[in-house]
Design a protein around this ligand. Structure first.
Ligand code: AP5
Ligand code: MG
Length: 214
């Protein structure tokens, strides 16, 4: 099963993708997580990506597409995967489509987690992330058992650099300009499904499972 998750920054793509990956036993691939891991490791890619991410801009396709193609070519992806945060532009979607069709494959589902801009800022300012294992929390909606500490690995939780309100506003603008057109794109491909992302996390997950099939 090959799935892409669409949705504004903070819509809950990562939260849901993690659960779906677990339920269907497929890898969860987040380009944002890959860039953050590179930033943390101090790689050249990380240095380049950080300068864009800190401004709320997209990392150029030239740095993103090969990285993703490489990842989905790995052995653990042979039975499918869930992509979270890729594609984010029409050229990225076209590159993915071509790479798959060259192998006689295609995406099965594009799941759009729909959350209006008004809800996004509150979500982002309350989000806490684990810099070690990547787990995501929210101080009000999904709090860790012990404040400021990751339930899964015990590391100290942080606020992401790009979750400052002024950067969030930029990310939303970039989303509407460059990523939202993918909703039409995947509607035309006949694989788009939209879920109401303002519901609680369990309900959003149940709606997605209905689409993907149990
Ligand atoms: P990326 O890491 O993908 O960030 P994003 O798309 O901005 O999305 P987020 O991770 O912020 O939100 P999410 O939808 O995963 O929400 P979450 O589940 O955490 O990308 C970061 C940057 O990397 C980009 O800006 C760009 O620069 C670069 N980049 C990445 N991919 C790229 C690409 N393909 N091309 C170019 N550049 C790329 O949830 C948010 C919060 O809300 C959490 O606290 C969560 O607990 C809470 N929450 C979730 N669901 C609910 C709910 N139902 N009710 C209440 N709270 C909820
Ligand atoms: Mg995410």
């Amino acid at each position: 099963m090959k799935i892409v998750m669409l949705g504004a920054p903070g819509a809950g793509k990562g939260t849901q993708a993690e659960r779906i990956a677990d339920k269907y036993q497929i890898p969860h691939i987040s380009t944002g997580d890959i860039f953050r891991a590179n930033i943390k490791a101090g790689t050249e890619l990380g240095k380049k990506a950080k300068s864009y991410m800190d401004q709320g801009l997209l990392v150029p396709d030239s740095l993103t597409v090969d990285l993703l193609m490489d990842r989905i070519g790995q052995a653990d992806c042979k039975d499918g995967y869930i992509l979270d945060g890729f594609p984010r532009t029409i050229p990225q979607a076209e590159s993915l489509k071509k790479a798959l069709s060259d192998k006689g494959e295609a995406l099965d589902f594009a799941v759009n987690v729909d959350v209006p801009d008004e809800n996004i800022v509150a979500r982002m300012s309350g989000r806490r992330a684990c810099p070690k294992c990547g787990a995501t929390y929210h101080i009000a909606y999904a709090a860790p058992k012990k404040e400021g500490v990751c339930d899964k690995c015990g590391a100290e939780l942080i606020l992401r650099d790009d979750d400052k309100p002024e950067t969030v506003a930029n990310r939303l603008k970039v989303y509407h300009d460059q990523t939202q057109p993918l909703i039409d794109y995947y509607t035309k491909e006949n694989i788009l499904h939209t879920v109401d992302g303002t519901q609680d996390m369990e309900k959003v997950f149940a709606d997605i499972v209905k689409i993907l099939g149990a």
